[in-house]
Design a protein around this ligand. Structure first.
Ligand code: NAD
Length: 487
């Protein structure tokens, strides 16, 4: 049966006149209906968050009191993890193993930021002036608008929401039109956790306007966006027009580098994890493999062999490794890149054509010897397509890895401890994994160099994104000053 979701505004459920269908990528049928927010709904959601911030208790509670709510929220997510994982898997087609793992990790984020919030302390400064006592405090930035993509809705929301709430901010979340259901449903947990009304609000819609209204609102103090580079640039420009603070988490074309001395079993596994987990629909996909020339052929052969065993199927079946791609548009994009590669005689070792399974399935694809100038090497495909190239020297590996407009992540496979430190220093990316790939933690900062974005999520840096600094000067001696000089 098709469910119809509602907006959550100021602690109340709001049905909308219009709704739009959310498609299950496995059945390709509408399985849920999501609310089509109007400009008025967006204004009301921002207004509710504004009132909750300006007049409500949330920013005034002690960090410990806010932490209590976040701990309760974490418990509720734990309780509902299976249900939430099912919703996400149905909405974006990602395998239930992947989504269950993500949902089980979410409570850790809320608990981490609950703890971290109470460690934020101000400081007393030496003002350099004998009659002034000076201190510095951090305050929440205010109303936050979070705009999300479809690929991991609740995890990526949590990267923003957990620190924002811990800091004392209020929030309006806008899920993607491709997979809106889990974030809309998630709002149910907040009242149960004891979050005051208006602290967490949702808007949704099938049109770009909903996000545009949100970013353009003068009532929003900070925009935090995760999505594509192109839309991120528009969001950044619109926020800049309002002089609204903005954080952008954008795309990637991450390099996964295998040195000659690597443990090849682990490296092959890491290459697979980097590009075929979640069907390659992840911003941190290790979509460019740089393989030392001495292991190049062997590694490609082994990846191709492992790729043949990957099971495509119903994303809700735990035996499935890869579900369908999330939408027809995404499937078509992957297909077009592969068609182009085939026309240009790129050496496609496996995959490269829509899967026999039909629907929006696309098989694991490995391409060898992809030229650095080829779009498959340069552009984010956001699908299960691994482009491989060889290198002869370490310098060449770093130069090729860094010759990308993106800089989100990189993987390094080596048993040489010196090389691992050098690689970590030389690679231009926000996250570097040595002998691992696609690992995240609430305490490790995450974000991009170059066109992969700016700002950081997670860790102390992630909390600081939602704080602003206030300097307080207190005159202690009642001295009168010359009003025409700088004090
Ligand atoms: P997208 O840019 O198409 O959409 C992202 C969100 O922006 C959606 O909610 C969409 O409705 C909204 N939007 C669209 N037009 C808008 C506008 N003009 N103003 C405001 N909002 C607007 O991205 P997507 O296709 O949903 O997601 C895939 C992209 O996200 C990939 O490029 C991927 O790399 C990136 N991504 C990045 C990270 C990261 O943390 N760096 C994580 C996941 C995904």
């Amino acid at each position: 049966m098709t469910t119809t979701e509602q907006l959550r505004i100021g602690g109340e459920w709001r049905p909308t006149e219009a709704t739009f269908g959310s498609i299950d990528p496995f059945t390709q049928m509408v399985w849920a209906r999501a609310p089509e927010a109007t400009e008025r709904d967006v204004a009301d959601a921002v207004g509710a968050a504004r009132t909750a911030f300006d007049d409500g208790p949330w920013p005034r509670w002690t960090p410990e009191a806010r932490a209590e709510v976040l701990y309760r929220l974490a418990d509720l997510i734990e309780r509902d993890a299976a249900e939430l994982a099912g919703l996400e898997s149905q909405d974006n087609g990602k395998g239930i193993r992947e989504m269950t793992g993500q949902m089980q990790s979410l409570p850790g984020w809320y608990r981490y930021f609950a703890r971290l919030a109470s460690t934020v302390e101000g400081r007393v400064t030496n003002t350099g002036k004998p009659n002034f006592f000076g201190y510095v405090v951090d305050e929440p930035v205010g109303v936050v608008a979070g705009i999300l993509p479809w690929n991991s809705p609740l995890l990526l929301l949590t990267f923003k929401l957990a620190p924002a709430l811990a800091a004392g901010c209020t929030f309006v979340a806008k899920p993607s039109e491709v997979a809106p259901v889990s974030i809309l449903r998630f709002a149910r947990l907040f009242a149960e956790a004891g979050l005051p009304d208006g602290v967490f609000n949702t808007v949704a819609g099938s049109r770009a306007e909903v996000g545009q209204w949100l970013v353009a609102s003068p009532q929003v103090d900070k925009v935090t966006f995760t999505g594509s580079e192109g839309i991120g640039s528009l969001v950044g420009q619109s926020a800049a027009a309002q002089l609204t603070d903005v954080a952008l988490e954008l795309g990637g074309k991450s390099a996964n580098i295998v040195f000659a001395d690597a443990d090849l079993d682990a490296a092959v596994n890491g290459l697979l994890a980097g590009i075929f987990a979640a069907g390659g629909q992840t911003c941190i996909a290790g979509s460019r493999a740089l393989l030392h020339e001495s292991v190049y052929d062997e590694v490609i052969d082994r990846v191709v062999k492992r790729a043949a065993d990957i099971r495509l199927g119903d994303p809700r079946d735990p035996a499935t490794d890869m579900g369908p791609l999330a939408s027809e548009a995404q499937w078509d994009k992957v297909r077009r890149y592969c068609d182009l590669a085939r026309k240009q005689q790129v050496d496609i070792r496996c995959g490269g054509e829509p899967a026999a399974a039909g629907g929006w399935f696309f098989p694991p694809t490995v391409m060898a010897g992809v030229e650095e100038s080829h779009p498959v090497w340069r552009e984010e495909i956001f699908g299960p397509v691994l482009a491989c190239q060889s290198f002869a020297t370490d310098d060449e590996a770093y130069a090729k890895a860094n010759a990308s407009p993106y800089g989100l992540a990189a993987g390094v496979w080596t048993n040489d401890v010196r090389r691992s430190f050098t690689a970590a220093r030389r690679l231009q990316a926000g996250s570097i994994w040595v002998n691992a790939y696609r690992t995240l933690s609430p305490s490790m900062p995450f974000g991009g160099f170059k066109r992969s974005g700016h700002g950081r999520e997670n860790g102390i840096e992630g909390l600081r994104e939602f704080l602003q600094t206030k300097a307080v000067w207190i005159e202690t001696e009642g001295l009168t000053r010359d009003p025409f000089t700088l004090g």
